[in-house]
Design a protein around this ligand. Structure first.
Ligand code: A3P
Length: 299
């Protein structure tokens, strides 16, 4: 990553339409998303934080180059699949929704916005949205680890971050249960594909094929194998274009111990959540997900 792609400076936390946002999200960008002009071949990778966003970004990127990693690696993932509700990292001072107006097609973008804050035209069916959901217990732990690991993201103790996560007014990017359920209600929309982190773990190749079909990409079996091989946990951990903390531009931002592509496991929450915290999540989950036909594997 070149020096002028260094992240920051970042805006302080802010609220927009009742939802709390953190860096690198920026109000100047968030405000422009609603009216963002969507193209038919746009692809939005959407996920709650720490739910496999980067994983799906990499799958979609590699599908766009038919598995050619050298092509994909020329540009770090944060620039190749930019985060819609942030400011340009190359120093133009423009919000991504503005900058992307001039970007060539096909445009790949990432977002952590709740469904109702997506570009209006995407909600009306234009472009394609891939939503990736992950079990809430692994999300809460992974989110804390990242806040602890990155200097630019405000963080409290694990318990403080946990309390914030379950508080509807304080939860960053919205309350997990509300956000995931809102996307789930749109899972059958013609331009939406809903995938789960745990399914990608169990059957990466099958999900690569599913995503390729959704994007109307016809790749040979060998190309699909190449995409899959380049999207495994170890491949992405050893790749500094995806494991950002190994890239030069991020060196000063993260603690020595923290790796952006960290553990990539289902059930790692067992190493961090206390029995009381686990029960609190179970109770909220039971209540919030009652009557919703969306289930998650927790281990
Ligand atoms: P952990 O912190 O539990 O390891 P996001 O991209 O939405 O921020 O999600 C990050 C999480 O996805 C991290 O989880 C990271 O390790 C995991 N991840 C990223 N790429 C992965 C891959 N190829 N296989 C498994 N997990 C992956």
């Amino acid at each position: 990553m070149s020096g002028n792609n260094s992240p920051g400076p970042f805006s302080p936390p802010f609220h927009f339409k009742g939802v709390k946002f953190f860096p690198a999200a920026d109000l100047r960008a968030v405000e422009q998303v609603e009216s963002f002009q969507v193209r038919d071949d746009d692809v939005f990778v959407s996920a709650y934080v720490k739910s496999g966003t980067t994983w799906v970004q990499q799958i979609v990127s590699l599908l766009s180059t038919e598995g050619d990693l050298s092509e994909v690696n020329k540009i770090p993932i944060v620039v190749r699949v930019p985060w819609l509700e942030t400011m340009d990292m190359s120093g133009s001072g423009k919000p991504y929704p503005k900058l992307l107006e001039e970007a060539p097609s096909p445009r790949l973008m990432k977002t952590h916005l709740p469904y109702h804050m997506l570009p209006q035209q995407a909600r009306e069916g234009k472009g394609k949205i891939i939503y990736c959901a992950r079990n809430v217990k692994d999300v809460v732990v992974s989110w804390h680890k990242m806040r602890e690991g990155f200097a630019h993201i405000p963080s409290g103790t694990f318990d403080e971050n946990f309390q914030e996560f379950i508080n509807p007014e304080q939860a960053v990017f919205g309350l997990w249960w509300d956000v995931v359920q809102e996307y789930w209600r749109h899972k059958d929309d013609g331009n939406m594909l809903f995938v789960k982190f745990e399914d990608l773990k169990r059957d990466l190749r099958g999900n690569v094929v599913k995503i390729a079909n959704f994007l109307s990409k016809t790749l040979s079996d060998q190309r699909i194998d190449e995409v899959t091989a380049n999207c495994t946990f170890s491949a992405m951990k050893n790749n500094e274009a995806t494991n950002l903390t190994r890239a030069e531009a991020f060196k000063g931002l993260a603690t020595k111990e923290f790796e952006f592509i960290r553990k990539g496991k289902v059930g790692d929450w067992m190493n961090s959540l206390s029995p009381e915290q686990s029960k609190i999540l179970d109770d909220i989950h039971r209540e919030k997900m009652a009557g919703v036909d969306l289930t998650f594997e927790f281990e």
